[in-house]
Design a protein around this ligand. Sequence first.
Ligand SMILES: Cc1cc2nc3c(=O)[nH]c(=O)nc-3n(C[C@H](O)[C@H](O)[C@H](O)COP(=O)(O)OP(=O)(O)OC[C@H]3O[C@@H](n4cnc5c(N)ncnc54)[C@H](O)[C@@H]3O)c2cc1C
Length: 423
Amino acid sequence: MSLEIGTNWAGNLAFGAQRIVAPTTAREVQDVLADAASTGARVRAVGSRHSFNTIADTPGVLLATSALDSAPVIDEAARTVTVGAGIRYGELGAELQRAGWALSNLASLPHISVAGAIATGTHGSGNRVPSLAAAVAGLELVTASGDIVTLRRGDADFDAAVVSLGALGIVTRVTLDIEPTFDVAQHVYERLPLERVLENFDAISGAGYSVSMFTTWRDPDTVDQVWVKRRVDADAAAPTDMFGALPASVARHPLPGISAEFCTAQLGAPGAWIDRLPHFRLDFTPSNGDELQTEYLVPRTRIGDALEVMRAMHERVAPLLQVNEIRTVPADDLWLSPAYGHDVVGLHLTWLPAQADVEVLLAELEERLLPLGARPHWGKLFAADSAALHAAYPKLADFRGVAERYDPNSMFRNDFVRRVFGA
Ligand SMILES: Cc1cc2nc3c(=O)[nH]c(=O)nc-3n(C[C@H](O)[C@H](O)[C@H](O)COP(=O)(O)OP(=O)(O)OC[C@H]3O[C@@H](n4cnc5c(N)ncnc54)[C@H](O)[C@@H]3O)c2cc1C
């Protein structure tokens, strides 16, 4: 990545930093932070820039993680891999696959960095496959004082430190759980009646290892596509009829009318986890996105109500929407994880790049979804204020206490974190 301050991936944010640095080691990170401490400068880490809001922005020093030494170290006995924080899942996945190992889950795009993804609670889909953050077994971070702190699962502060919004320090290395490699076969089904989804949500979301439903809400009574990713070694054969939806006869893109050439292989062709769990291929380099994203993680028990909200609002939503992806994420213990404490269903919304109009609509959507217990995704656009976020994320006040302990002089505090904390 070039060392320009530049913009985020979507291009809807020009970073306001005065300068950008790209340290290669924890020692160099310490030097950057010591320099910032002596001048009172603020610092934020930036990964692959795939967040849609100001979460990674700073008026001070942008610390790019892309040059951090990233070579994966596999511990076969512990079933973990330790990597540099800036590595992208695609590169890590290719290394793991070569060595006969796998991660249990991936996001839709393999181009995002590991530390950036876990800092925002990024997830894939699967009734029994937790978020990418929940796969973290340990991490090393450099704090504002220049100390190198190592936290492992079970340590005090670990559950606060994984989904950190970048507010505790600069993560330099991450240890992730791994398992032996496995193959996945992907099938797409088309035109699933919404009534069948409401009646059979558990069966449909459990039809494979990882299931995503995609819909544009142009037809409020039909979910356009269901993508079912089956583990070849464990899951039952793909059904020929998915509650009224039929298998696609050709490969599909989630958006209607767009070529599937950049999508991972479908039509049941088995392949390695790294080539099937993301929706988009590793060798496809996405240009700056002509899109914006929002996501609300709704308690699984309220998904019927949340889908009724979307159906009721479809005339407002559809004109600005490219596609709504519906995914399941099981509960975890990470304080700021959208799946903290209970199973959730993600209503992910890919919008047209019309931010002012989208923001008006977000306020309307949140009026209806937040009372259901929906939690906004930290890396995407949302309207909620601090009071609403504290209601949605019950450990937010405790997290603030940890952030104040790790960063007493607010080196890593930016406007986004201030807005979230309420001060
Ligand atoms: C096309 C696309 C597809 C996406 N698909 C999914 C999906 O399937 N599921 C999902 O849940 N989300 C998805 N997202 C959202 C994305 O995963 C998050 O925005 C994620 O944070 C991006 O990682 P990044 O490396 O780009 O982080 P950045 O946007 O660069 O940074 C995000 C946050 O992480 C912090 N951070 C980064 N590195 C470090 C570090 N080393 N130490 C401390 N803090 C750090 C930053 O300070 C910032 O607060 C998608 C986004 C896009 C653009």
